[in-house]
Design a protein around this ligand. Structure first.
Ligand code: MN
Length: 227
């Protein structure tokens, strides 16, 4: 019963998250789902999920993925999630487990590069290719010693060197949902969530001294022409 912990933490009559009960037995053969959900809960993090054996293996990545191969990102393994969680975007009521705003930040499919996935997970060294809308190419998850706990083992998420490696910070350059083009604040607004809290997870627009007067001038000009 791999979803036992997932279900235990949630009240499905209160939260709009899926219970996973629809998870089909004898589902058709398909490519393995990959998703990253940006989640503004108690703190901001990115939930990396990889379909395996009928569930989504899940890691919470506090800083999000980096496409720079010299950057290692902490990824805490958390409870498996049901397959239909991959399309969940919306608000989880405050006070519920994970209360806050969830965005589908990236979605696509993945392919293992490690020949035996179960053995790779056991060993703590899983190599894989992502075919997402934002993240592409080869990656690795490596389990670390000395951090985390038995319930939340810690891993490192690292980009391999390939044509998709880049030093640009993709969490800053591509902050919107890949399914709705919304920022966290817009998702919270649409779902009746805490907009101010959600907005703290969106890129902060620095009050630019250069653009503010330009905006004012444009407004004044517009007023003048409309008169
Ligand atoms: Mn989360």
């Amino acid at each position: 019963m791999p979803l036992k912990e997932y279900r235990k933490k949630r009240r499905f009559d209160v939260t709009p998250e899926p219970s996973g009960e629809k998870a089909a037995a004898g589902k058709p053969k398909h490519k393995l789902v990959y998703v990253i959900q940006k989640h503004r809960a108690t703190s901001l993090h990115y939930d990396l999920r990889l379909e395996w054996n009928g569930v989504l293996l899940s890691w919470a990545v506090p800083k999000g993925p980096s496409t720079d191969p010299s950057v290692k990102r902490l990824a805490m393994q958390v409870e498996d999630h049901p397959l239909d969680y991959a399309s969940f975007e919306g608000t989880i009521p405050e006070g519920e487990y994970g209360g806050g705003t969830v965005m589908v930040w990236d979605i696509g499919t993945w392919e293992p590069e490690s020949p035996d996935v179960n053995a790779a997970l056991e060993k703590g060294d899983l190599k894989f290719i992502l075919y997402g809308k934002k993240l592409r190419g080869s990656w690795v998850l490596v389990r670390t010693r000395g951090f985390g706990s038995s319930s939340k083992p810690s891993w490192l998420l690292i980009k391999h060197r390939d044509q998709y490696a880049s030093t640009d910070d993709i969490t800053v350059t591509k902050p919107k949902s890949v399914v709705s083009a919304r920022l966290l604040a817009q998702i919270a607004r649409d779902g009746g969530g805490d907009v101010a809290k959600a907005a703290t997870g969106d890129p902060q627009k620095a009050p630019s001294k250069a653009s503010a007067p330009a905006k004012k001038r444009a407004k004044t000009a517009a007023k003048r022409t409309s008169k």
